[in-house]
Structures are given as C-alpha cells and as structure tokens.
Write a protein that binds this ligand. Structure first.
Ligand code: IMP
Ligand code: MG
Length: 177
C-alpha cells in the first residue's frame, strides 16, 4: 500500500512544545520538596522519542520506567482492547508518578494505566503528560494534565508514532492519509 505523508508539525515546532511542557512540569514538581525523584513511566513503543526529549529538558531528579502496551494491533483504528501489557515495575508505592504517552485517542489506554497504577502503588500523585491529544475520538472521560498539541481526527505518524510499525523514526509528525 502506498502512503502519502503530509507534515503536520516540524522537528523544530515539536522541540519548542516539548521544552515548554518540560518547563511546566519542572515548575509544578519543584514547588514542593520531594524526598524521592519523580517517576516518569513511558508508554512504549510510541512515547519513546517524546520521553527521551522531555526528560532531558526537565531539570529535576527523575526515575525512568517503561511499560509496554498496545491497543491498535496493526490497524489504524484502535481495537479498544488493551493487549498483552508488559507492566514489570519496581515498587513505586507512595511516589510521584508521571505517565508519559504519545497520544491520547479513545482514552482507554490512559484509563487502564491510571487505574492500574492507582491500585498497585497508591501513588502520592499520578499525572499524565501526552504530546498529542485527539479529543474528537475520546470515548472515556479522561484528560491529560500536560498536553503538547491538540490535534484533529487524523492518523499521525513519526516522532515515535507508527502505522503498522512504520515511520516511528521520522523526526517530524505527519498525517498518514
Ligand atoms: P487510546 O487507548 O485509544 O487512547 O489509544 C492510545 C494509543 O493508540 C496511543 O498510545 C497510540 O499508540 C495509538 N494511537 C492513537 N492514535 C494514533 C495515531 O494517530 N497514530 C499512531 N498511533 C495512534
Ligand atoms: Mg502508545
């Protein structure tokens, strides 16, 4: 199948927004003196580039963890099912947790992770940072605490996001039409 990609956000537009988000996060978490580092839980695979850029702009002690989750399979429409999550984590009880996600679409992934981390760790705080927010497709009542770009109902690729495992390596975000 042929893909036509149309650039939506350039590399420099993304870097600017990621820096702004990082500064906001840094400011909010540095208000209180935290005895332990902020736990950043990156949602693989999509959030790996966003996470790498974001944490390098956050001037605070950070503990980086990963989970892997998928609800898309190889299709452009989410299956709605959370498939084979890999949730191997150390004990994060009573910690400040920030979930870092590439895009919030139906909201089901974030709802699942929020419920899971709340039940598992009773964190001191639990927030969500997403680079992209596709609110037109929201199915559950979830809102991220930190949002990079509000986007329309497009299927996006690049900067970590894929279509059937392609295009994650692109440094920009493009509409896959
Ligand atoms: P949700 O559970 O429906 O909110 O889906 C979130 C997940 O679906 C994200 O973590 C992405 O991996 C994937 N996803 C949603 N929209 C897109 C898109 O436009 N391009 C690529 N992946 C997407
Ligand atoms: Mg994802």
């Amino acid at each position: 199948m042929k893909h036509k990609l149309k650039v939506l956000y350039s590399e420099s537009q993304i870097q600017k927004v990621v820096k702004q988000l990082a500064k906001k996060i840094e400011k909010n978490y540095s208000v209180i003196k935290h005895p332990q580092p902020l736990v950043v839980i990156s949602v693989l695979k999509g959030a790996f580039i966003f996470t790498a850029d974001l944490i390098r702009e956050i001037n605070l002690p950070v503990q980086l963890e990963f989970v892997r989750i998928s609800s898309y399979g190889t299709k452009k429409i989410s299956s709605g099912k959370i498939e084979a999550p890999l949730l191997l984590l150390p004990d994060l009880s009573n910690r400040d947790i920030l979930i870092v996600e590439d895009i919030v679409d139906s909201g089901k992934t974030i709802r699942f992770l929020r419920e899971y981390f709340s039940a598992q760790f009773r964190p001191k705080s639990l927030k969500v940072a997403c680079l992209l927010n596709k609110s037109a497709r929201r199915e559950v009542n979830i809102k991220a605490d930190y949002i990079g770009f509000d986007v329309g109902d497009y299927f996006l690729v690049g900067y970590g996001l894929d279509n059937a495992e392609k295009f994650r390596h692109l440094p920009y975000l493009a509409i896959d039409g």
